[in-house]
Design a binder for this molecule. Structure first.
Ligand SMILES: *Cc1c(COP(=O)(O)O)cnc(C)c1O
Length: 362
């Protein structure tokens, strides 16, 4: 069987043991005599799966009881509209921090639904760092402040929780969810597309403080109404059943590893290996400010368009796939999510050394 080191930003690697378990159970789940793919979402077998998924996620993320966990569809991009429709309903105002393309998209969608302003932006720095803010950066009557916690395309991350005072903080955590512990109680709402670090594409996770829902705009489609989804235990309609099942296997895998503290240690070790190498040489350039570095997406360039093109092509031949940077920024990006083993990053660093030696700059 051929398995490469897959550095894709999303959909991305899943833990091998999770894939094996899913394969083992593919034709017959437990005593059910059928695949999870074939099951009614209202069946007793599936009921156990979705309840366990939620219970495990609550356990590993230490989610307080006054938060709802919703398993939804439509990707993180659908949340760009769902968040304002559900939460921008007290004063009709929201403040957005722009730290990359996804937060800019979220901001543009929110503008359709109310009085939305940019509280801070790092656009002038090519989004190479997280914009700095204080409480005073935000309008005191904003219904929420929106941030993108890990900027997948640029390789930046909030390495602290921004202070918004009493204003609920909403965070897009698509590319850093369950990579390390976070204090959920510091957030009003967390959302994440599952395909970066949690499950196959098709599942979107929303974790929301109960008191913030139940007051959505009249125009809100039923499918985007958090209260309705919460009341139906994410089963208002057919949920993404198989994705939720794989997410459950991933949560089990994390729990067995020792939870998010252990996960964080592994992720830190992988990221340190790559960043330490980047900092120790001058062939590759890491464009991101050190204090804003992402542990999940590591970006670098050679400074030569030709070599930037050659690198991912040569790497793929060596079994290191999907290292090409996002089409909007170029260069290289290594996404080293939870499922990327330490050996994968070791192999990447060895390849980088070899490539640098074999391809001197003019
Ligand atoms: C991938 C990504 C998105 C878009 O997710 P979809 O599920 O494709 O809509 C949004 N935000 C962040 C931070 C992402 O990494």
């Amino acid at each position: 069987m051929k398995r490469v080191y897959n550095f894709s930003a999303g959909p991305s690697m899943l833990p091998l043991s999770v894939l094996q378990k899913a394969a083992d159970e593919m034709l017959c789940y437990g005593e059910s005599g059928m695949s999870v793919m074939e099951m009614s979402h209202r069946s007793k077998h599936y009921d156990v799966i979705i309840k366990e998924a939620e219970a495990l996620l609550r356990e590993i993320m230490n989610i307080p009881d006054n938060y709802k966990v919703l398993f939804l569809q439509g990707g993180a991009s659908t949340q760009f509209a769902a968040v304002p429709m559900n939460l921008m309903t007290k004063n009709g105002k929201a403040d957005y921090i722009l730290s990359g393309q996804f937060s800019t998209k979220a901001y543009k969608q929110a503008c359709k639904y109310g009085d939305v302003v940019v509280a801070a932006s790092s656009k002038d720095d090519n989004f190479s760092k997280i914009p700095e803010t204080t409480r005073e950066s935000f309008r005191p009557d904003a219904d929420y402040v929106h941030v993108c916690f890990n900027n997948t395309i640029y390789g930046t991350k909030y390495n602290y929780i921004p202070d918004t005072g009493d204003i609920p903080l909403v965070a897009d955590m698509s590319s850093c969810i369950i990579s390390e512990p976070v204090d959920v109680s510091k957030f009003g709402l967390i959302y994440a597309g599952a395909q970066k670090n949690m499950a196959p594409a098709g599942l979107t996770l929303v974790i929301v403080r109960e008191d913030l829902i139940g007051n959505c705009m009249d125009i809100t489609p039923e499918m985007l109404n958090y209260q309705l989804m919460a009341d139906a235990d994410s089963m208002y309609n057919t949920p993404p059943c198989y994705c939720i099942y794989v997410a459950k296997l991933v949560y089990e895998w994390i729990k067995e590893l020792g939870g998010l503290e252990a996960m964080k240690k592994l992720n830190e070790k992988k990221a340190a290996l790559l960043y330490d190498y980047l900092d120790s040489q001058d062939y590759y350039i890491a464009p991101v400010s050190k204090e804003s570095r992402s542990m999940m997406n590591v970006t670098f360039v050679t400074g030569s368009e030709e070599l930037d093109k050659k690198f991912p092509a040569e790497a793929a031949k060596a079994g290191l796939e999907n290292l090409k940077g996002h089409r909007s920024v170029g260069g290289m990006r290594a996404s080293i999510y939870n499922a990327m083993p330490y050996e994968g990053v070791e192999a990447l660093v060895e390849f980088m050394k070899k490539f640098a030696a074999e391809n001197p700059k003019a």
